[in-house]
Write a protein that binds this ligand. Structure first.
Ligand code: SF4
Length: 381
């Protein structure tokens, strides 16, 4: 039988476990302090706990549900990307992102977590989408990404994580129960619900379900195209849930939670960066009263897709209007775009072959290959 991971237990459950083992419940709080901010890398290193308890814990709990396989720092130490292995043999990534504040302080520290190993959605610009879905993560596997990040920041003398964004590998709302459980667990570890962002490629029924959970998290919708014809080719899920359905779900989310949604839009040169798209995007943002984050595309190995130049990005943003902000990915310098650390540390010929196949699909005429599309004649190069 697999032992529960420490990250899967609430504070009360941890205390009750300790009592059942014949120890005072406050030992549970000590244990949780080590897991959240401690320097220990295992039960035996928690020297403020009695030797008997340290010896017993490995038979009752797993220290972590994940194994840290590698890390890659960039951006003068402000970004750190972590590669984990799951017990089922899959690899997932998390990114630690520090946002500088005044006089060397940090305004906030965000952990970007994965919710799945791989992803079934297959967005054409995404490294993870090329893997296909390997596995859903358990709630504790999501929480352990944040705990590892928190301990690393503690060892660096930095503060705790302040924000968690579900924008790593996977479509969070396709792993709905584990993601919602992980949000509740993270709240117990001290992450404010309002500082949690769940990003979805457009799972409209689950957006409505999430609206009824009583969790005032923020919702980000990965739109990437402002009309159904283009979006179906960029985000295949659009065939099930077209833009109008998605907008209605977003409106319901805002009505029930009081939280506005943001629309995420990866800018791809010659594909979705025409000014007609900008005008349509402006209209969609107005319908949800939401903000638009424009993200110039990170290059991915084996693909010729690129971001527009800085001037074209600014022109597009200007046409969307004051609701738009251009956000350059901090992660790209640490191979931190979705699925890229895994590719960098373990590039394999299969993914490269799939990249070549993707390029062929993109070159096919619209209406030909399922994922194929031609850039709009009005698209700028
Ligand atoms: S962008 Fe997100 S939803 Fe789309 S394939 Fe990548 S991980 Fe999946």
């Amino acid at each position: 039988m697999t032992l529960p991971a420490a990250a899967s237990l609430t504070r009360d459950q941890t205390g009750r476990l300790l009592v059942a083992m014949g120890h005072p419940s406050y030992r549970g709080d000590q244990l949780r302090r080590h897991l959240w901010r401690g320097r220990a890398d295992g039960f035996d290193a928690m020297r403020d706990l009695p030797a008997r308890l340290r010896a017993e814990l490995p038979a009752a709990l797993r220290w972590s549900s994940l194994e840290l396989l590698g890390s890659q720092a960039a951006d003068r130490g402000l970004t750190d990307k972590l590669l984990f292995g799951t017990s089922a043999g899959h690899e997932v990534e998390a990114v630690m992102i520090a946002h500088p504040g005044a006089e060397g302080t940090r305004a906030r520290q965000t952990v970007c977590v994965s919710s799945q190993a791989g992803c079934a959605i297959g967005c054409v610009f995404c490294a993870t989408g090329r893997l296909g879905l390997r596995a859903n993560l358990e709630a504790e596997e999501i929480v352990d990404q944040v705990l590892e990040a928190s301990r690393r920041w503690a060892r660096q003398g930095q503060g705790s994580p302040t924000n968690v964004v579900y924008m790593g590998m996977g479509e969070p709302l396709q792993n709905y129960s584990a993601v919602v459980d992980s949000v509740r667990l993270l709240h117990e570890w001290g992450i404010p619900l309002r500082q949690v962002v769940i990003s979805t490629s457009g799972m409209a029924p689950e957006i409505r379900r999430l609206a009824g959970e009583g969790l005032p998290v923020r919702l980000a919708i990965s739109l990437h195209a402002a009309d159904d014809e283009l979006r179906e080719r960029l985000v295949p899920l659009n065939r099930r849930y077209p833009i109008s359905t998605l907008i209605e779900a977003a409106q319901e989310f805002t009505a029930k939670t009081g939280r506005r949604v943001s629309l995420e839009y990866v800018l791809i040169r010659g594909v979705n960066d025409d000014l007609g798209s900008a005008e349509r995007l402006r209209g969609l943002a107005a319908r949800v009263h939401g903000h638009v984050n424009l993200i110039p595309m990170n290059p991915i190995p084996g693909s010729d897709l690129r971001a527009p130049g800085p001037g074209a990005c600014r022109e597009f943003a200007g046409r969307v209007g004051p609701r738009a902000t251009i956000r350059f990915s901090r992660g790209d310098r640490a191979s931190a775009a979705c699925g890229q650390l895994r590719a960098a540390l373990g590039a394999n010929s299969k993914s490269e072959r799939r990249a070549a196949a993707l390029e062929l699909a993109l070159a096919a005429p619209a209406g030909g290959a399922a994922a194929g599309f031609n850039p709009s004649p009005s698209a700028r190069s």
